[in-house]
Design a protein around this ligand. Structure first.
Ligand SMILES: CC(C)(COP(=O)(O)OP(=O)(O)OC[C@H]1O[C@@H](n2cnc3c(N)ncnc32)[C@H](O)[C@@H]1OP(=O)(O)O)[C@@H](O)C(=O)NCCC(=O)NCCS
Length: 147
């Protein structure tokens, strides 16, 4: 694979990001949702790039000492190669520098790949949200990491 880098998401990345989003989720975020994350003062939106190609992304925000992973996906052709691991590691390091102490996220109960990914970083289950997701209707598991 070509050289991998992680950098801040730009407006020009949005068509590629939205294409991956649509391949990854049954209720995908709109382009406007990503645009908001690029410009909100308390949000971080990053992409993973192989050569010139956008292959993954992650959005997170921070309020006081709490961070929240809002979105994460890797293009199906590039999964299983450690791309999500590098994105999560990158965001944890950045939030640590910003004095963030707790990092939260919601994940579909049946999303074993994502749950394993987060468990690998030491996230643990701290709660659930009933019927949080639609298409199909499903509970969210809430996970938290002390950083
Ligand atoms: C979840 C997702 C982001 C993982 O991306 P990825 O780049 O393939 O993940 P990585 O290769 O970095 O794998 C990191 C760890 O995640 C876990 N993992 C990833 N894919 C897995 C799978 N198919 N089955 C089980 N565990 C898996 C493993 O623990 C893995 O560590 P290991 O390689 O040491 O076993 C990707 O599958 C994806 O985009 N899915 C659709 C969108 C999504 O579900 N996003 C998360 C929403 S909360």
């Amino acid at each position: 694979m070509e050289e991998l880098t992680i950098r801040a998401m730009r407006e020009s990345d949005l068509p590629s990001v939205v294409a991956i989003e649509r391949l990854s989720f049954s209720t995908p975020w709109s382009e406007t949702s990503f645009l908001n994350e690029i410009y909100k003062h308390n949000s971080t939106a990053k992409i993973s790039v192989a050569g010139e190609r956008v292959i993954g992304y992650m959005c997170a925000n921070q309020i006081a000492d709490e961070g929240h992973i809002l979105n994460l996906a890797v293009h199906p052709d590039f999964r299983g190669r450690g791309i999500a691991n590098t994105l999560v590691k990158n965001i944890i390091e950045e939030l640590k520098e910003k004095a963030c102490r707790f990092l939260y996220l919601e994940v579909r109960a049946s999303n074993n790949a994502a749950r394993k990914l987060y468990e690998g970083f030491g996230f643990s289950i701290v709660g659930a949200r009933k019927a949080y997701y639609t298409e199909p209707k499903e509970d969210a598991v809430i996970m938290m990491l002390r950083i």
